[in-house]
Design a protein around this ligand. Sequence first.
Ligand code: AHM
Ligand code: MG
Length: 337
Amino acid sequence: MHIGTTLTNYIIETQRQIQGATGEFTGLLNDIAVACKKISGLVDKGDLIGVLGSAGSENVQGETQKKLDVITNEVFLEALAHNGHVAGLASEEMDEIYELPADAPRGHYLVLFDPLDGSSNIDVNVSVGTIFSIIKAPEGVVRPTTEDFLKPGAQQCGAGYCLYGPSTMMVFATAARGVQMFTLDKDFGEFLLTHEDVKIPDDTSEFAINASNSRFWEEPVKRYVDECLAGSEGPRGKDFNMRWIASMVAEVHRILTRGGVFMYPVDEKMKAKKLGGKLRLMYEANPMSLIIEQAGGVSSTGRERILDMVPEDVHQRVPVILGSRNEVERIVGYHAG
Ligand code: AHM
Ligand code: MG
């Protein structure tokens, strides 16, 4: 497809090539694009429309919600719940799965989303993003239960994120068609294809981790980071660069663009609190893992492939180590002993 084609055209063209496609998936992607455009507008206007700051509430994981966490969740529900493309929704910002209004037409998909990831960055005007994961609802199910959502990430029909940075960019992956990047033309009001079939370089000399947790890290992570920091004088024989934006969408976007490794490993502090990690499996780790793998990278907990994990809870937390193939495989090797 040619660079500059609209997201709408891109998904219609793709649909034409799939035998038996009904247009429902196309409609769903369109709904998500509409939600992301609205969120982009809100993030752009920020203080001018009074949407920044705390909402004075907590989400299910006990984290303080920003006003924009709550508003963007509503934007997503509004854009997706009434069009007959989904049977149910789940979000980082809702304790329970969301049941569609009784009169809303039902579709065949379930969407899990984090409407504003990295929202601690919003008040300081640093990039944030939306992450979404799409799975098939079980055949004939019109009132899905939590169980119906708990599918391994390998079963995702598609996944993506929208990055609200200097430009707003939508990145979308399916197992069939790899990873495409679209940039929002704010005058035109459309996402336009800007990078097709994105691939991550296998090697990198850049890593991202919150180093303030280093005293709690497990041995394999300590070893990897120590070796990177030793640079050209250490066992790796080259210098490494480090980045930490505290916004997973921005970190993954950097890795898709120029390679790198992103780590939010499980550590002793989390284990003491009986937490499996910091990031959420179903609406952060799974969608990002599908994107990374489709771009030729690797995504692991350190001990297993994230996309193979069988979820136990919609809000389950997992360790995440993803990015350039050779580096992630090295870290997985360190975990193996
Ligand atoms: P959130 O969903 O509450 O925004 O948390 C997820 C974010 C990720 O985007 C980012 O990688 C991480 O939390 C940053 O964590 P830290 O505050 O430890 O740097
Ligand atoms: Mg999040």
